[in-house]
Design a protein around this ligand. Structure first.
Ligand SMILES: Cc1cc2nc3c(=O)[nH]c(=O)nc-3n(C[C@H](O)[C@H](O)[C@H](O)COP(=O)(O)OP(=O)(O)OC[C@H]3O[C@@H](n4cnc5c(N)ncnc54)[C@H](O)[C@@H]3O)c2cc1C
Length: 436
């Protein structure tokens, strides 16, 4: 395979395939290398595919893609060991297309389908081939070494959509050789099969409706991270993530955390009697806007997780940022080609970051730029508040003949003892500022 292409893409995930479709459609010669046996074979995520970028590329995808359910109900909660406080949002018209751009999907099926769309546009997708090293000549990336075998593939531009571990981006120094332990979220996920009728009864769903539940607090034993439960057609995706630093500190395994989460009273009944179908672990690079790597060098662009493009706020978005960056990379290259430029030159690739700054990808990440550092520097907030707040609310709503005034005074005394009134005010101010 010692050939030269216009664009070579590493990874058939959402970022790489979005770029491939847009490039192939514009007549750019594009080849994708995917190390998995098929696209999606090695891919792990929670379960929500945010579709606004997908529909920009493939307007009919809402009907033709292998989605599981449309998320019409979202629940955000804090769990104590046997208490829960939650915001539960259900919106009737999210039952209608485009379903609030929030669909559940299983990556093994979705990624395969998505890569087929790229092939239909003219991209060549080679599954079972891994880019093992970037080839660099005179400071410019000119291709990759491919495994299995000793072949080299050369290209005018390489787009790396290799995902969270970013081995190749680290090889050329676009990010530090060691990934930051406080910003890498390590995740575990299990898919648990349940008969459709039982699942719909348990989660109060009709037709293709789905639910997304996300919880702070006890699922990750108060560390920086969260647990999730998402519904598929006949299964539930359940999992959690916390920073590598916290996992090491806890001296527990991810599996210990998952078993603990599954056995919490609020969760146990939801999955009772289900059959374990899949089990996997994976990283999320939650560097945040303030710690993003350099996203390009001559001959190379980074997209999606490789570039740390994750909105890790309350939105927990990754797939749409991956697709948005893949599209921005493609637009950059197409514009350079149309202008008659060398498409891998530094000048041609310079506008990529600017494109991301001007669309939702970096605008949203910038808005939430303080979150990763804030919660890393104030670990007590996620550790202590879920258990205290659920306790204060329990006190407030416990029915007895104790006069309500006395109950309220009791709660204020607890706030003083548990946190301190000044510290409470300071924490709330800090949380507010971290999202502004
Ligand atoms: C547990 C978990 C839950 C998540 N939940 C959600 C969610 O619900 N919603 C959401 O929007 N986002 C979620 N995310 C984030 C989301 O999965 C990512 O943001 C998104 O998948 C990034 O897409 P990508 O194309 O950049 O990378 P990936 O999806 O990781 O794809 C990378 C691809 O590159 C291939 N590859 C890697 N190295 C090589 C190589 N050297 N040569 C060839 N191929 C290679 C891989 O096999 C893979 O196919 C979650 C992530 C995790 C880990």
């Amino acid at each position: 395979m010692d050939e030269e292409f216009e664009v070579l893409i590493i990874g058939a995930g959402p970022s790489g395939i979005s770029a491939a479709i847009a490039l192939a459609r514009a007549g750019v010669e594009v080849v994708v290398l995917e190390r998995g046996e098929y696209p999606g074979a090695k891919n792990v995520y929670g379960g929500i595919l945010f579709t606004h970028q997908l529909l920009k590329l493939l307007p009919d995808a809402i009907d033709s893609a292998p989605f599981e359910r449309a998320v019409t109900r979202r629940r955000f909660g804090a769990l104590g060991d046997d208490r829960e406080v939650a915001m539960d949002l259900k919106v009737g018209h999210w039952r209608e297309k485009p379903y609030n751009h929030t669909m559940t999907a299983l990556r093994g099926r979705f990624d395969r389908w998505f890569a087929e769309q790229a092939e239909e546009e003219g991209a060549q997708v080679f599954a079972g081939f891994m880019a093992s090293e970037l080839l660099v000549e005179n400071g410019r990336v000119v291709g990759v070494k491919v495994k299995p075998g000793d072949d080299e593939m050369r290209a005018k531009v390489v787009i790396s959509g290799e995902g969270a571990q970013a081995f190749l981006a680290r090889q050329v120094g676009l990010m530090p050789p060691k990934l930051p332990q406080r910003h890498m979220i390590t995740n575990i996920k299990e898919v648990i099969g349940l008969p459709r009728e039982k699942l719909e009864d348990r989660f109060l769903l009709e037709g293709n409706e789905g639910v997304a539940m996300e919880y702070f607090g006890e699922p990750v034993k108060g560390f920086f991270g969260m647990g999730f439960v998402y519904t598929n057609q006949e299964s539930v995706s359940i999992g959690l993530g916390l920073t590598v630093h916290d996992l090491i500190t806890s001296k527990e395994t991810l599996n210990d955390f998952l078993e603990h989460f599954k056995n919490l009273p609020t969760i146990r009944k939801l999955i009772e009697g289900g059959e374990s179908l899949e089990y996997a672990a994976h990283m999320i690079p939650e560097y945040g806007y303030n710690h993003l790597p350099k996203m390009s060098m001559p001959g190379l662009l980074l997209v999606g997780d490789t570039a740390g493009l994750i909105n890790g706020s309350v939105y927990h978005e990754g797939t749409n940022l991956a697709m948005g960056s893949g599209l921005a990379a493609a637009e950059t290259i197409i514009a350079a080609k149309e202008a008659g430029q060398d498409i891998g030159s530094a000048e041609a690739l310079a506008s990529y970051k600017e494109k991301l700054e001007n669309n939702f990808v970096l605008k949203d990440m910038k808005k939430f730029r303080k979150i990763p550092d804030f919660f890393n520097n104030k670990p007590h907030i996620l550790r202590d508040y879920p258990k205290h707040v659920t306790q204060w609310l329990e006190d407030y709503f416990t029915i007895s003949e104790t006069p309500k005034d006395e109950i309220e005074r009791g709660i204020i005394n607890k706030v003083k003892k548990d946190i301190g009134l000044f510290s409470f005010a300071k924490d709330m101010f800090g949380v507010g500022r971290s999202v502004r």
